[in-house]
Ligand binder design. Structure first.
Ligand code: ISE
Length: 340
């Protein structure tokens, strides 16, 4: 069966997903789009054989033509669209963050728990990256013994003009927040954000940041978040365990040796670095929901926890010091491990 998908929000990430959902190898097509910018929606729909423009996200969710919904609009608008999907009983893939406040995320979790079945999947794409999956397999398989320390770096070549200081946490480090919980199978117990000497390339931004996480079992994690490194896009993660270490390999597909140097190409941005993860993430989502099964990927609960931790990190960034994390009670719908 072909899954007929409606997409709310057709900016950069929306168009990336549409490219994968329409006419690709998976069993889906895009039948409706909606966007606050009607002109943009029309331009995108014109390039798709089966898509209509609908006047609003609400009308898209309500449309009988739409089997499942992808929400890729601006973060603060996610909550009402995701709630409407739950009310309509339609599966919804919502880009990260699930919503931009703890309260909004809780409303979604509460609504889904009341509905009694999983409909929501959050776009934490790193869980689908083959290199990250291999990292997790090594840890879970005991290759390095018990994990003790984790060193990560999240480096963006540059960020758009509208990018604010808080987005270094809420939009960027939120990936590590989800990744660490998934990789280590532990909740984050506390966070502290340190601001080193500022890069002159970052304008008004506090760039870089050093984010320290304490996992519930005592593993300590340091994450460098840099958003103006200019040389390319780089994601690093090394886990140090009792009997060995495991780290993400250099993503460069080839190494060039010439004129006395060794070089490898660095991806330009997240679209290039994580292309395969988006392919796999959407293919698995389509296959699952088209078969009438609940989504298996990051849940609304994972989205809520990520937001609670991001809020604590922002509190540390603004006021300094270590902030302990307190999670709300987890509804029974969400089994402890929701990882794919
Ligand atoms: C962007 O939204 C992403 O999701 C990227 O993975 C991240 O590296 C970037 O900093 C974010 O702005």
């Amino acid at each position: 069966m072909t899954l007929d998908v409606g997409v709310i929000g057709v900016g950069m990430i929306g168009q990336e997903h549409i490219r994968r959902l329409d006419g690709g190898a998976g069993g889906s097509r895009v039948v409706a789009v909606a966007d606050a910018d009607a002109g943009r929606a029309t331009t995108v729909a014109d390039g798709l054989p089966a898509a209509k423009v609908l006047p609003s996200g609400e009308e898209l969710v309500a449309s009988d033509a739409v089997d499942a919904v992808v929400v890729t609009s601006w973060g603060p608008t996610h909550e009402p669209y995701v709630l409407a999907c739950i009310a309509a009983g339609k599966p919804v893939f919502c880009e990260k963050p699930l919503a931009t406040t703890e309260e909004a995320c809780r409303n979604i979790v509460d609504a889904e728990a009341a509905a009694g079945r999983r409909l929501v999947q959050v776009g934490f794409n790193r869980r689908y990256d083959p290199a990250h999956r291999a990292l997790k397999q090594a840890v879970d398989g005991g290759a390095i013994g018990a994990p003790l320390l984790v060193h990560c770096a999240h480096r963006n070549a540059s960020v758009p003009a509208h990018y604010t200081r808080d987005m270094s946490i809420a939009d960027t480090a939120i990936h590590e927040i989800d990744e660490l919980r998934w990789l280590l199978g532990q909740e984050i117990a506390a966070v502290q954000v340190l601001a080193p000497r500022r890069s002159s390339r970052g304008g008004e931004l506090q760039d870089p940041l050093l984010v320290l996480f304490e996992m519930a079992d005592g593993v300590l994690v340091d994450v460098e978040v840099s958003v103006n490194v200019h040389y390319g896009y780089e994601i690093r993660c090394e886990i140090s365990g009792e009997t060995g270490t495991v780290e993400l390999a250099d993503p460069a597909p080839v190494t060039i040796r010439r004129e006395g140097t060794v070089a490898g190409l660095v991806p330009g941005d997240w679209r290039e670095r994580f292309a395969l993860s988006y392919d796999i993430e959407l293919r698995e989502w389509v296959d699952t929901v088209a078969a009438g099964r609940p989504p298996q990927g990051p849940s609304a609960w994972d989205g809520l926890v990520a937001q609670v931790v991001a809020d604590a990190a922002l509190q540390s960034l603004h006021s300094g010091g270590r902030v302990a994390i307190e999670l709300p009670p987890r509804p029974g719908l969400y089994a402890p491990a929701t990882a794919p």
